[in-house]
Design a protein around this ligand. Structure first.
Ligand SMILES: [Ca+2]
Length: 339
């Protein structure tokens, strides 16, 4: 029996080693090659938001001749662990963008490389996802479909770290205009250097929203502008969630807040504080002498530093410039929260 099992294992290892490696859990570690059959790109415009076009560099005309919205920005969205083109943050962001107006949105889909329970494999695969996304961006710029100034990359969780890695693969004279990191993933990214994760060297402007720093997200600020919502933990309303864990809820609020910011009249305004520890010690507040900055869609690319803000427990989350309910206590409670 043991020899049969061993033969099966060896047979599987040989089979998968031809095109990609896989362990007994079926976790794929893809070959580092682009284009890659496990990484897909879908273009959405307002007109095609329910029927996206596949962009495939194996067929360059699919990229060159795609029906882009002329003279509109290009937003590239990268999902995280267990995600896909229709999962968070795509499900939050695309409808919000198209509610606002016309955009070109490319959703990266690498679901096959990020399946549960394969987190370690998924992290390894992000290098190839970043490489293939960089290849697509280079092609788009080389063929003058978009200029680099009009490209904004947004990644959630593992996708935020992937967005940062794109910088490692773009043609050497190129730097992305803006990367937004939505609660960049923490596991396996705490001890890596900046070349292995999203940091402010990866784009002209890197803004980051932190919502789950005690569990799935990173506490360390690595952008030009880092926004810690409710201190970056215990998002109001998440303890009452029944459909997902509190941590999942906290983590998923980052794309929810960004999506709301796209069409918000009052906006998410944070106030500056020199350090997260100063915030939790209660040394910072949103008084009139403190610098303010808007989080999300409208974040100005000149913003620098660390900002804090409170939100409501349910949509609309934004509280505008109202910081009167600020409470930096570690349990995250404040007058407007419901726990
Ligand atoms: Ca980096």
């Amino acid at each position: 029996m043991k020899s049969v099992l061993l033969a099966l294992i060896i047979n599987n290892l040989i089979k998968y080693s031809i095109t990609q490696s896989s362990n007994l859990f079926g976790c794929l570690i893809t070959q580092p090659e682009c284009p890659n059959s496990n990484i897909s790109f879908y273009l959405y415009t307002r007109e095609t938001q329910d029927n996206p076009m596949r962009l495939d560099l194996n067929e360059p005309t699919s990229v060159k001749n795609a029906k882009y919205a002329q003279h509109q920005p290009l937003i590239i969205i990268i999902h995280g662990y267990t995600g896909d083109k229709d999962y968070s943050p795509n499900s939050h962001l695309r409808p919000a963008y198209f509610q606002r107006g016309e955009f070109n949105i490319i959703s990266v889909d690498y679901n096959e490389l990020a399946k549960y329970p394969c987190y370690f494999s998924a992290v390894t695969n992000t290098r190839t996802v970043a490489n293939c996304t960089a290849q697509l961006i280079d092609f788009i710029i080389d063929n003058e479909i978009f200029n680099i100034e009009s490209i904004h990359v947004i990644g959630f969780s593992l996708g935020a770290q992937t967005a940062g890695l794109i910088a490692n693969y773009l043609k050497s004279d190129r730097k992305l205009k803006r990367i937004t990191g939505l609660d960049p993933a923490k596991p396996l990214f705490i001890r890596v250097g900046n070349e292995g994760r999203l940091d402010q060297s990866d784009a002209e402007f890197v803004d980051i929203i932190h919502t789950d720093v005690f569990d799935r997200g990173l506490l360390v600020p690595t952008g030009h502008a880092d926004f810690f919502v409710n201190g970056g933990f215990n998002q109001p309303g998440c303890l009452q969630q029944t459909e997902m864990s509190a941590s999942s809820c906290n983590h998923d609020r980052a794309p929810a807040y960004y999506a709301e910011s796209i069409n918000s009249d009052i906006g998410f305004w944070g106030y500056q504080c020199a350090h997260w520890y100063f915030y939790v010690l209660g040394l910072c507040n949103g008084d009139e002498y403190t610098s303010k900055a808007e989080m999300g869609f409208n974040t100005n690319n000149t913003v620098r530093g660390i900002y804090f803000l409170q939100v409501n427990s349910e949509p609309p989350y934004a509280q505008g410039k109202n910081h009167s309910n600020h409470d930096a206590s570690l349990d995250g409670t404040n007058e407007n929260s419901d726990f």
